[in-house]
Design a protein around this ligand. Structure first.
Ligand SMILES: Nc1nc2c(ncn2[C@@H]2O[C@H](COP(=O)(O)OP(=O)(O)O)[C@@H](O)[C@H]2O)c(=O)[nH]1
Ligand SMILES: [Mg+2]
Length: 195
């Protein structure tokens, strides 16, 4: 896999943290980053900016409870709170998933979604639910299988085989590593097709 050089990447800017999804600006198309807590959403999002430190990551997993908006060229990238975090109370989890679904249902400016999943995990009910939401809105959803730097060659080829199986349900399935900066070109080209 090729690694992505940072010089060609744009500088981004933070546009705000929104507790109310209906307050997210809608003057530009957006790409939403979704996925379980700790699946690598924020790390992936930050790898597309030269000034990557602008992306807020929290050291406490699952503690982001706002939708964070960043300007990437003429698109908004929206980082969402992770779902399925077991240590959160049921109430909090329900509020979070409601906030995410409300945003998806209301925002007609959402152009695409990036769903992150640790490459060692398999998609479960939550992933299928998001895939279904995007299908019903006719918006492309890309499954990003993250953290492939943790795999040896044999494991990597097993992940690629699984990726081919999932392809039926997603616009694309991309194994990648934000740490190694590998596997990111497809997404970069995809973003380029949206603005
Ligand atoms: N080895 C490895 N670790 C990663 C990668 N991406 C994220 N992580 C780690 O996984 C943890 C969760 O990442 P984060 O981006 O905060 O996940 P989020 O909760 O989905 O936003 C952090 O400790 C990251 O350093 C990756 O590509 N490779
Ligand atoms: Mg995050």
């Amino acid at each position: 896999m090729k690694t992505l050089e940072t010089e060609q990447l744009p500088e981004g800017s933070f546009q705000g943290a929104f507790g109310d999804p209906l307050k997210i600006p809608t003057d530009k198309p957006s790409v939403v980053f979704l996925g379980r807590s700790n699946s690598g959403k924020s790390s992936l999002l930050r790898s597309f900016f030269r000034n990557s430190s602008l992306v807020r990551t929290s050291s406490k997993p699952g503690s982001t409870i706002t939708l964070n908006a960043y300007l990437y060229r003429s698109l908004y990238f929206i980082d969402t709170p992770g779902f399925g975090y077991a240590k959160r109370s049921r109430w909090e989890r329900d509020v979070l998933s409601e906030m995410i679904s409300l945003y998806l249902e209301q925002a007609s400016t959402i152009k695409a979604g990036i769903l992150t999943l640790d490459c060692l995990r398999e998609p479960e009910e939550e992933e299928s639910y998001i895939a279904e939401l995007f299908r019903s809105h006719r918006s492309p959803l890309i499954l990003a299988l993250t953290k492939t730097d943790r795999l040896n060659q044999k494991e990597l080829s097993a992940v690629r085989k699984r990726a081919a199986v999932y392809e039926e349900f997603y616009h694309a399935v991309i194994p990648l590593s934000s740490v190694k900066r590998s596997g990111l070109e497809y997404l970069l080209r995809f973003f380029g097709s949206l603005y």
